[in-house]
Write a protein that binds this ligand. Structure first.
Ligand SMILES: Cc1cc2nc3c(=O)[nH]c(=O)nc-3n(C[C@H](O)[C@H](O)[C@H](O)COP(=O)(O)O)c2cc1C
Length: 364
C-alpha cells in the first residue's frame, strides 16, 4: 500500500518546491494508510539510555519539527522519532526559498533557521500523545533573538521533561548565527552545567529524562576532544553525530545549487559524518552511547555507521529520494546481515571498525 501510494506521489512531490512537498507529506501522514504492523526482528532491538528501542532506525530531527506526526512515523516502522527543533517562542526562520535538492548528488541543502511553532504548541501535541507509547524525543534549540541562549535550553527542558523520552540538545545548527559557539569549551561547560541541573530538578516529577548532545560534523579534532571531555565530566547520556555540514566536498555534481548557503546533508555528508562518529567513539571509550546520522540511504550505509560506533542511527535526506519504503528496506538488510554473520544483536558490531577508520586518510 505504501509502495503504491509512493509510486504515484513521489514523482509529483519532486516537481514541487522542496518545502511545499514536505508540507504535503506531513499532511498525508496525518491520514496514514492502513499499515499492518509487522513486529521487528528481535535481533534489531537495542537498549540505550535506559530505553528499549524495537529497532535502531530513527527519524532525524527536522522532518517533524512541530510534532504533528510522530505516531504515524512510529507506525511506519521507525524505532524512534526525534521531533523538533523546537524553540521556546514561535519564530518563522529564514526567508524562502530555503531548502534545495541536489538530485544528482542525492543531497539536500537547507537554511531553514529554526522555523518553529514554539514550545506551547508542540507541548500540547506531545502531552496529548504522552501515554501512546513509542520512543519520541525532542530536539531543542534557542530563539534567534534570545539574549540568554542557555536559559532557552533550560526552559525547554523544564517544559518537555514530563512528555518526552529523551532530549537532543541542538548546538550544531549552522543556520542560527552564533549557535555553534555553544560548542566552544567554556560555553559548552556552562551549557551542560545548567542543562543537567534542570534535568535533575525535573527528575522529581518527570523521572530522569536522558539528555543527548547533537554536534556538528565540522569540528576540529581538538574541539572534539574538549566536547567529549565536557560531556563525560557532566555525565550526559549520549551524543548525536551529527548535524548538517557547512563544507562542500569537491566533486559535487549539482554545482549551481551547491553554492546555496546552508547545511548540506544526504549522501555527500556520509564520509565526513561517519569519520567524526568514529573519532567520537574512540574518545568516549564506552562512557555513553552514540547515535549516528548523516547520509544513511541503505542497509550498507546503516551498517557502516554501526561499525563506526553508533548503536542507534537516524536519517532524513534519503527519504526525499527514496521515500518511506526505505525504512523497511534498511531494517530487513540489517536483519539479513546479522543473521548471515551469526550475530545475536546490533551491540556485537558497534564500533567494530572505529579504530581502523580513525587511522585512514581524512575523507574529502
Ligand atoms: C530540511 C532539513 C531540516 C533539518 N532540520 C533540523 C532541525 O531542525 N534540527 C536538527 O537538529 N537537525 C535538522 N536537520 C539535520 C538532520 O536531523 C540530520 O542531522 C542531517 O540532515 C543529516 O542526516 P541525513 O543525511 O540523513 O539527512 C535538518 C535536515 C534537513 C535536510
Amino acid at each position: 500500500m505504501i509502495g503504491l501510494i509512493e509510486m504515484f506521489a513521489r514523482p509529483l512531490l519532486r516537481m514541487l518546491d522542496p518545502e511545499d512537498a514536505h508540507r504535503l507529506a506531513i499532511h498525508a501522514l496525518k491520514f496514514p494508510p492502513y499499515v499492518k504492523l509487522v513486529a521487528d526482528d528481535p535481533r534489531l532491538a537495542v537498549r540505550a539510555f535506559g530505553l528499549n528501542f524495537p529497532n535502531p532506525l530513527g527519524m532525524a530531527a527536522g522532518f517533524d519539527k512541530h510534532a504533528e506526526v510522530p505516531d504515524a512515523l512510529l507506525k511506519l516502522g521507525f524505532g524512534f522519532v526525534e521531533v523538533g527543533t523546537v524553540t521556546p517562542a514561535p519564530q518563522s526562520g529564514n526567508p524562502r526559498p530555503r531548502v534545495f535538492r541536489l538530485p544528482r548528488d542525492r543531497g539536500v541543502i537547507n537554511r531553514l533557521g529554526f522555523n518553529s511553532e514554539g514550545a506551547a504548541a508542540v507541548l500540547r501535541r506531545l502531552a496529548a500523545r504522552a501515554n501512546a507509547g513509542g520512543i519520541v524525543g525532542v530536539n531543542i534549540g534557542a530563539n534567534k533573538e534570545s539574549t540568554d541562549r542557555i536559559a532557552d535550553y533550560v526552559r525547554l527542558i523544564e517544559t518537555f521533561a514530563p512528555v518526552v523520552s529523551y532530549f537532543s540538545v541542538n548546538i550544531s545548527s549552522p543556520n542560527t548565527p552564533g549557535l555553534r559557539e555553544l560548542q566552544q569549551a567554556r560555553m559548552f561547560d556552562d551549557l551542560l552545567a545548567r542543562v543537567m541541573d534542570a534535568r535533575a530538578r525535573m527528575s522529581r516529577e518527570a523521572g530522569t529524562t536522558p539528555v543527548l548532545i547533537k554536534i556538528a560534523p565540522d569540528l576540529t579534532l581538538n574541539e572534539l576532544d574538549d566536547l567529549v571531555g565536557g560531556a563525560r565530566r557532566h555525565r550526559v547520556d549520549g551524543m548525536i553525530i551529527g548535524n548538517t555540514t557547512l563544507a562542500r566536498p569537491p566533486g559535487l555534481r549539482d554545482q549551481a545549487t551547491a553554492s546555496e548557503a546552508g547545511g548540506l546533508s544526504g549522501r555527500p555528508l556520509f564520509a565526513l559524518a561517519t569519520r567524526m562518529l568514529a573519532e567520537t567513539y574512540v574518545r568516549v571509550e564506552g562512557a555513553f552511547p552514540l547515535i549516528g546520522v548523516g547520509g544513511i540511504d541503505s542497509g550498507e550505509t546503516a551498517l557502516a555507521k554501526i561499525r563506526a560506533g553508533a548503536c542507534l542511527i537516524q536519517l532524513y535526506s534519503a527519504l526525499v529520494f527514496h521515500g518511506l519504503r526505505l525504512v523497511a528496506g534498511i531494517k530487513s538488510e540489517l536483519s539479513d546481515a546479522l543473521r548471515r554473520d551469526g550475530h545475536a544483536g546490533i551491540d556485537e558490531l558497534v564500533g567494530a571498525d572505529a579504530a581502523a577508520m580513525t587511522a585512514e586518510k581524512w575523507p574529502t
